[in-house]
Design a protein around this ligand. Sequence first.
Ligand code: FES
Ligand SMILES: [Fe+2]
Length: 359
Amino acid sequence: MPDIIDPDIRKAHTLPSDFYTSEERLRESRSRFSEYWHFAAHRSQFGESTAIPLPHMEGILGEPMLLTSEDEIRCLSNVCTHRGMIIAEQKCSAKTLQCPYHGRTFGLDGCFRTMPEFEDVQDFPSQSDNLQRFPTLEWNGIIFCGTRPLDFSGCLEELERRLGWIPISSFEHDESRFRDYEIQANWALYVDNYLEGFHIPFVHKELHGVLDYDNYRTEIFEGGVLQVGIASDDEPSFNLPETSPDFGENVAAYYYWIFPGLMLNFYPWGLSVNLVVPISPNRTRIFYHGFVGDHSMLGKGAGADLDKVEEEDQEIVEATQRGVSSSIYYRGRYSPERERGVHHFHRILSSRREIDNLL
Ligand code: FES
Ligand SMILES: [Fe+2]
């Protein structure tokens, strides 16, 4: 069975439209998400809190999760072991987690502590009354978690090689930059759109003015894509150290995408994170978090007005959803120069034998 997406971009056709419209395709894609690491939070999101619920993980993996910070950071199930109530819907700063339904308590390590009216219950408490723990790892203050994640070292090496010099762990969470959007489009269309700068001159006139479009470039690596935005003359850029592979260039932004839906956008002011969460074939939720490293650079350059860029992208993506739902449209072709990131994503998304077998 040939690949759905030819490895040679010059010969390849884009994803068949049912990837964007069918329940079954969405279910297949989602079933793979448990093999990946996902952004949980940046350390600075804790502030004074000891526990943070992760609503986006519930959307991505179908698993309500909670991050706790005590002697170490842990990712725990946010589901009470009594009758399954969600334990925390909001951040909290207590030393003990208490289920709001019937008052069961747990330590921040997930261990069962107390339960009212359970004196006569036999063989209680047992191991299964503790909250289950999920794998976590941390890179530069960014905490990742997952349910059964596979090796992530390739991605982390790529991030470290490129951005290891940025003091990301000391960035501060800026609550005012948080956004939670719901769009009427498939999650993969949102990712497609993110993975090319091809549309910048057409869709983002202001952004186009601050980026050097001819030198915009896309690099692919295992499990992800990096786009490097080069600043136009006199526009703000990173002050790169000699150790950076891009030393000598005027980099305005690093746009990292990691499969399936994590976008790490680094600007001279700090980091903007987009989390793409599928809801249904034609509905997607996007969470935005902002982490500031240099306040003096806010409002400048490629990362100046993210709300406007987002609005422009959403309008395009929602209209494209209507287009790919048409009975006339099946699939298209790629620009070898400008759509390598989209091609790479489509290769990852369609790479399963189970999917091949369905065709
Ligand atoms: S469901 Fe949590 S105490 Fe009952
Ligand atoms: Fe865009």
